[in-house]
Design a protein around this ligand. Structure first.
Ligand SMILES: [Cu+2]
Length: 215
């Protein structure tokens, strides 16, 4: 009796795990084989604000440790870390992984009504090449592109996809923008403003004290 109960319990557990996995896969449009995968590929659905596909563009991105050699503080890199594309263009990305570990080319912040989790994502196994296509949104904006393998972004695999005129550089794009975060409301002359404030803070009370002694 106990055995059959255990059997039924473990069977139902197995079935629920299976169906959960299937739901997850249905949620993302995924295509994968032994070389890697493309998630949320899109060849024909137009984002809002696009009347038609404006152009077809193709970029080739190589990833590997050799692209980090000339950039201090990095271990992994890509052949480019910034790409300019037209709004509403159909973008085909050929992603070449030259390393002996897995790498990804993952775009974030895309419209969630058509790209689940706002993501388009290519993953290539060691030494493999994977090609994927998606349609770029209509707004002028910069989108974060990175490799989501543990620590790879921090080690250099961080880039930006600039759509149209773009919309504000992202920080720490390898070899492109400054490696630290500065809030947009802070002045460019922050260091000088700090020194000035310190000087005023020192000399004003000193002067006031002197003035008081004179009386
Ligand atoms: Cu990587």
């Amino acid at each position: 009796m106990i055995y059959s109960k255990t059997l039924i319990l473990s069977l139902s557990f197995f079935v629920s795990i299976q169906s959960y996995g299937m739901q997850n896969h249905q949620h993302h449009k995924m295509h994968h084989d032994v070389d890697g995968m493309v998630m949320n590929g899109n060849h024909d659905i137009l984002p809002q604000g696009c009347e038609k596909i404006s152009s077809e563009q193709h970029i080739t991105v190589s990833a590997g440790q050799q692209y980090a050699k000339n950039i201090p503080g990095t271990i992994f890199g890509m052949s480019q870390h910034e790409w300019n594309v037209d709004p509403c263009s159909k973008l085909t990305v050929t992603f070449i992984n030259e390393d002996d570990i897995r790498h990804q080319w993952m775009v974030h912040g895309l419209p969630k009504y058509m790209y689940p989790a706002g993501m388009f994502h290519i993953e290539a196994m060691a030494g493999k090449t994977i090609t994927g296509t998606f349609i770029v949104p209509s707004e002028d904006r910069n989108y974060l592109v990175h490799c989501d393998m543990a620590q790879h972004m921090e080690m250099g695999m961080r880039g930006q996809l600039v759509v149209g005129k773009g919309g504000g550089d992202l920080w720490a794009v390898t070899g492109v923008t400054k490696p630290f975060y500065k809030a947009a409301y802070l002045s460019d002359n922050l260091v000088y403003l700090c020194i000035l404030t310190l000087l005023i803070g020192y000399f004003l009370p000193t002067w006031l004290v002197k003035l008081r002694h004179k009386r």
